[in-house]
Design a protein around this ligand. Structure first.
Ligand SMILES: [Zn+2]
Length: 258
């Protein structure tokens, strides 16, 4: 028992030391018990395990579109510690994600909904925003904190057992291999929308496309019968569009058409 008390004390100290992070652009306080470098390393590991081996798309036009938009968003993201890579996966899934450290995956199924570069920029901005705002690190932190008492922080983060690996990969948003993305919290989703709008505007894409893109996603839900995975983890479409319109004036101050 004595060891347990010492451990809880040490963990509380760790939390106090590292919990004072704030999200970029919004200034929201965050609980983060891993460093940015650790988070990036976990992101790269998740990419190797769940994305690197996935079949690459043979649609040269779509691949070029994802790469072109990705590089422009990356250029305004100001993250020299990220090793950017943009992969289009040959799978008819309406989904996309960006792992900590800059590894981005789009699935072919989302490309018709995007339609053009600006549509891709809506998704790219949103997903890259999740990584910039360290939402994966927050979710890993929350998962680890939730496991306190039954596991040790260092064991979870350093764990090579399948359960630890799966928990971390899922927490980071690499849902492809495991069949399901954990829903991001509503706060994280709204934050990704807000930051994504600014990123796409800074990269020279008209942010006024964002509400139109989400309307297309909603229309797809109606016809598909069941919500696409990407959409089912995201907030109420009407609320989202209202919020996007509210943030639009600020985003437009960053927008210079190219
Ligand atoms: Zn999201």
């Amino acid at each position: 028992m004595k060891h347990g008390i010492v451990w809880i004390g040490a963990t509380a100290l760790v939390l106090l030391v590292v919990a004072c992070a704030t999200a970029p652009y919004t200034g929201r306080s965050q609980l983060l018990i891993i460093s940015q470098a650790e988070e990036n390393a976990l992101g790269l590991q998740a990419f190797q395990e769940s994305v690197a081996g996935a079949p690459a798309s043979t649609r040269a036009d779509w691949k070029a579109m994802v790469e072109r938009v990705g590089l422009r968003i990356a250029a305004v993201a100001e993250r020299p510690d990220f090793q950017w890579e943009f992969k289009l996966i040959a799978e008819n899934t309406v989904n996309a994600f960006c792992l900590p450290g800059g590894k981005v995956a789009f699935y072919e199924g989302i490309m018709p909904v995007c339609g053009d570069d600006t549509g891709v920029a809506v998704v790219m901005g949103h997903e890259v925003a999740h990584a910039l705002a360290r939402h994966g690190g927050e979710r890993v932190s929350q998962s680890v904190v939730a496991k306190m008492g039954t596991d040790v922080v260092s064991k979870v983060l350093g764990g090579s057992d399948a359960a630890s690996q799966q928990m971390i990969a899922t927490a980071l948003g690499a849902g492809a291999k495991y069949g399901a993305l954990l829903p991001w919290g509503r706060t994280q989703e709204s934050e990704a929308d807000q930051i994504g709008l600014i990123l796409m505007a800074k990269a020279g894409y008209d942010p006024r496309e964002a509400p139109r893109f989400w309307q297309r996603m909603e229309a797809k839900t109606g016809t598909a019968g069941r919500p696409p995975e990407f959409l089912s983890t995201h907030p109420n479409p009407e609320t989202r569009i209202q919020q996007l319109e509210a943030w639009m004036p600020e985003a437009l101050t960053h927008y210079q058409p190219r």
